[in-house]
Design a protein around this ligand. Sequence first.
Ligand code: NAD
Ligand code: AHE
Ligand code: ZN
Length: 375
Amino acid sequence: MDIRAAVAVQAGKPLEVMTVQLDGPKAGEVLIEVKATGICHTDDFTLSGADPEGLFPAILGHEGAGIVVDVGPGVTSVKKGDHVIPLYTPECRECYSCTSRKTNLCTAIRATQGQGVMPDGTSRFSIGKDKIHHYMGCSTFANYTVLPEIALAKINPDAPFDKVCYIGCGVTTGIGAVINTAKVEIGATAIVFGLGGIGLNVIQGLRLAGADMIIGVDINPDRKAWGEKFGMTHFVNPKDVGDDIVPYLVNMTKRGGDLIGGADYTFDCTGNTKVMRQALEASHRGWGKSIVIGVAGAGQEISTRPFQLVTGRSWMGTAFGGARGRTDVPKIVDWYMQGKIQIDPMITHTMPLEDINKGFELMHKGESIRGVVMY
Ligand code: NAD
Ligand code: AHE
Ligand code: ZN
C-alpha cells in the first residue's frame, strides 16, 4: 500500500515527507495505522549522524500510538481494531533475557532491529526498487507501519493517542528509571540533570516515589518553572554556579549531621558525558546511585576517578526505564487515565506530518518539551 512518511534520507539533513510503499505483515507481524507520534531527542540524535547504529535512508520515530489494521499468520495477542503502543524494547517472554527476570532488554529481535529490518531480515518499506530501513523496530514517522507482534502493547481503547504516544518512550523512560532502575524510596534526595522530555518525567516519578528533595539542573532558565510544575523542589543553572557544579550540589544535599553531602540518587537526562560524570560525583559517598539515561554519540566515553566507585557510588544505566513493555505500558496508560501521572502539559506542540521538521527546530531552540505529530 502507499503510505505517507517522513524519510531520513541522509544524516544531518531535514526529513523529507513523501509517499512510500509498505508491504503487508508477514508471519508474526502486525500492520498498524499510526495515529500520533512524539519526537524524542533520540530521533534527533540518529538524524544528526551521531548514532553508531544510524542507517539511511530510514523512517525514524519510536514514540507512537495507533490501531491494528491487519495481522500476519500466527499472530494471537492482538487483533484488528486493538489500540496499541509500539515497543522499541519488545517483550517476547521466552528469550534468555526475558526469562532471567533480571532485565527488560529482550534479545529476541535485537540484532535485526539494529540492522533496520524485520526479524526475517527484510524491510517492509520501499520507494520503487529501493528499500528504506526501519528504525528501532518502530518507524512511527509514517501513517502506517509494520511491527513484530512482540513489539506491541495493547492499551485501553479510551486513551487519547495524541497523549499516550508519549508513554512509548519519554514517560516510561523517566518514571521507570526512578521506580524500576533506581528503586527510589520515600524521603530520598535526588538530582536530575536535564529537564526536557525525559528529565521532567524523572521528576514526576520522584514525586510519585515520595522523594523529599528534588533538585533540577538545566542550562535553560525556562526549565525552572517546568520542573516546579512536576515536583522539583530546587533548581540550579550551572551557568550561575561557575566552574564546578559538583561541590555546590554536594553541599546543597547535606542533611542532618552529614559532613559529606551528595544525593541518594542522580539522573543524567542530557546525553552529555561531562554531565554524566558530574551526576556520578554529586551522588553520596557510600551509597549514591547515578543513573545514565542520556544517549551519547559515537566515540564518546565516560570517565571518573575509580575512587568515586571504590567509595561506594554506583554508576548504572537504563533503557526504556527498565520497563517490560507488554506488561508495564498498559499499566502506565491506566495510571494516566486515572490521573496518577500527568502528560498533557508536557505536550507543548502538535503538528501534521508535513511540519515535522518544525518539531525538531522547536526542540533545538529549547522551546518544546514534547512535539507530537498527529496523523
Ligand atoms: P530534550 O532535548 O527534551 O532535553 C534535554 C535537556 O537537557 C534540555 O532541557 C537541555 O537544556 C538540557 N541540557 C543540555 N545540556 C545540558 C547541560 N550541560 N547541563 C544541564 N542540562 C543540559 O531531550 P529528551 O528527549 O529529554 O532526551 C534526553 C536524553 O535522553 C537524550 O540523550 C535522549 O537521547 C535520551 N533518551 C534515553 C532513553 C533511554 O531509554 N535511555 C530514552 C529516551 C531518551
Ligand atoms: N544505537 C545507539 C544507542 C541508542 C540507545 O541507547 N537507545 C536506547 C533507547 S533511547 C530511546 O529514546 C535503548 O533502548 N538502548 C538499548 C538498545 O538495545 O538499543 C548506540 O550507541 O549504538
Ligand atoms: Zn525516545
